[in-house]
Ligand binder design. Structure first.
Ligand code: OGA
Ligand code: MN
Length: 213
């Protein structure tokens, strides 16, 4: 499949169903996937990921009954992150061309779920706030088995109580979905689960006050 057909298919999945899952290895390349995997495993070993919060505002609540993952924001500076940001930027533009979403930027973090960790059913954006528009999750695990748990459970756009897909967090697999419309849940993992989540946003970065003075 050439690149044009590839992006057509992603856009089609987002508009028709609200989500799509695919193997990014042909697009990202196996070397980049391995470098990203090395990076998150090293961060995890060094205890450099921090407990994630839920909710909006400047003081997210760290509610362990809702989510238990640990995260580290990507700065786009290391070699694999520069390559990744280039690919995400091309995806941003290709989606804008096809779906007129007006995506202006993206943010991304690594996440680890250790054994016993989960993230209860949620959507990634609050209806009407139009901040996070499209979510992308890239998985970075070798030989993930169904018995390892930790699948991403996706709910039906038309019926948010009906499960319509289960994505195994195997290296190179990607889940791409509409942030406000698709309810999803990370089932309890039974071994360490590595992933990278990215959100394409419509808003711009607020300027620091000092830039206005
Ligand atoms: C999230 C999320 C899904 C996953 O970070 O908001 O839903 O499969 N992640 O890691
Ligand atoms: Mn989510």
């Amino acid at each position: 499949m050439d690149k044009i057909q590839w992006f057509d298919e992603l856009a089609w999945g987002l508009s028709e169903r609200g989500w799509i899952s695919f193997d990014a290895a042909p697009w990202f390349g196996v070397d980049l996937l391995r470098s990203l995997q090395d990076e998150i495993m090293l961060l995890d070993q060094n205890d450099a990921l921090k407990r994630a919060g839920v909710g909006r505002g400047i003081a997210p609540i760290r509610d362990r009954s809702i989510r238990r993952d640990k995260i580290a924001w990507l700065q786009g500076v290391s070699e694999p992150q520069v390559a990744l940001f280039g690919l995400l930027e091309s995806l941003r533009m290709e989606l804008n061309q096809r779906l007129f979403l007006g995506l202006r930027r993206f943010e991304a973090h690594y996440a680890t779920y250790h054994s016993g960790d989960f993230y209860k059913a949620h959507v990634d954006s609050f209806q009407g706030r139009a901040s996070r528009i499209v979510s992308l999750v890239l998985y970075l695990n070798d030989d993930w088995k169904p018995l390892d748990g930790g699948e991403l459970q996706v709910f039906n756009r038309e019926n948010p109580n009906e499960v319509c897909g289960l994505v195994l967090p195997e290296k190179g697999r990607v889940a791409l979905f509409m942030s406000e419309e698709i309810r999803h849940e990370v089932l309890e993992a039974h071994r360490t689960r590595y992933s990278l989540a990215c959100w394409f946003r419509q808003d711009v970065i607020p300027l620091p006050l000092s830039a206005l003075l």
